[in-house]
Design a protein around this ligand. Structure first.
Ligand SMILES: Nc1ncnc2c1ncn2[C@@H]1O[C@H](COP(=O)(O)OP(=O)(O)OP(=O)(O)O)[C@@H](O)[C@H]1O
Length: 284
């Protein structure tokens, strides 16, 4: 559904941010995009939605380059940036002026999401707190019912109950036809929500794997007394040495996204090599 082909992009000609970056994202999935500060997560999202223009290569939605900004393509994608700047109008006025751009926008859904997230119904948007503004926009983004929904750090500024509500309503809003991409540093907020992990590092995508595949092929946790294979990555923690091991016996363990991320950006290549050599997922 979303294809990034041989993307080259940078803000300055001397400093490329992405070189020959390739990525395919399919409908029916919630992707978590992870990367260190400055790795280019927000920029990659902007390239995907047609707000940053590739030097070469292309980002397409349904086969159409988003950088061309055709109305039919823009009507089928919604981008929620990390910072929201709300106008001095009510939510109802915002809906009246903005919803017509989204043919499948559903007012009843919006009301439901707003009441679940406890957003005041009649206040001026500019007078709301940052967290309330963010929740209003999350509700609007979901109610737009676009095929592609891209959210940059959506849980920043949300209180603890709202983070749980966010996970619940995003999970309920995902259908077979929809692709959701969420960038985050708050991996614990989202590891129960995302089904595929994408990591951007050193100008390229270093991981694009489903959580199911990672669970099947890797074991996360402490070393076992009968561990037959060397660790792919280990880290000292308050509870002792923790790590990532090959999982040929298919032992159940929960994917530890922090450990996975640290392993991938540590410069240690054992994990990436193991995943590539044993991959039965399509190459990205
Ligand atoms: N408008 C811009 N003009 C010039 N450089 C920019 C611009 N926006 C971002 N950059 C630079 O591009 C690089 C990637 O920035 P980006 O915001 O995409 O990273 P990020 O992974 O989202 O970071 P963070 O996790 O800190 O939000 C950084 O070095 C940043 O300084």
């Amino acid at each position: 559904m979303v294809r990034i082909q041989d993307l080259h992009f940078g803000y300055s000609k001397r400093v490329p941010l992405f070189e020959s970056l390739n990525l395919s994202l399919e409908r029916g999935h919630i992707y978590g995009l992870l990367g260190k500060n400055g790795a280019g997560k927000s920029t990659l999202l902007k390239c995907i939605v047609g707000l940053a223009f590739p030097w070469s290569g292309a980002c397409t939605l349904h086969g159409q380059a988003t950088a061309l900004r055709r109305p039919s393509v823009l009507a089928d994608l919604f981008f929620l940036p990390e910072e929201v700047h709300m106008p001095a109008i009510t939510g109802e006025q915002f809906v009246a002026s903005t919803a017509p751009f989204y043919p499948r926008f559903d007012r009843a859904q919006l009301s439901g999401y707003l009441s679940e997230l406890e957003v005041p119904a009649h206040a001026k948007l500019s007078a709301m707190s940052f967290g309330q503004q963010k929740k209003f926009m999350i509700a609007f983004a979901l109610a737009a019912n676009t095929s592609l929904l891209v959210m940059d750090e959506p849980t920043n500024g949300l209180d603890i109950p709202s983070k749980a509500q966010f996970r619940k309503i995003v999970a309920s809003a995902l259908g077979e036809e929809r692709c959701v991409i969420i960038s985050t540093h708050q991996v614990r907020d989202l590891d129960a929500l995302i089904d595929t992990v994408v990591v951007v590092h050193d100008r390229r995508i270093v991981l694009n794997h489903s959580m199911d595949d990672l669970t099947e092929r890797l074991r996360f946790g402490a070393a076992r007394p009968d561990e037959a294979q060397p660790a792919l990555y280990t880290e000292a923690s308050a509870r002792g040495q923790h790590g990532i091991w090959p999982n040929p016996a298919g032992l159940p363990s929960r994917v530890d996204l922090e450990l996975l991320f640290n392993a991938l950006v540590s410069g240690n290549t054992a994990l990436a090599t193991y995943l590539t050599q044993t991959s039965h997922e399509p190459a990205f």
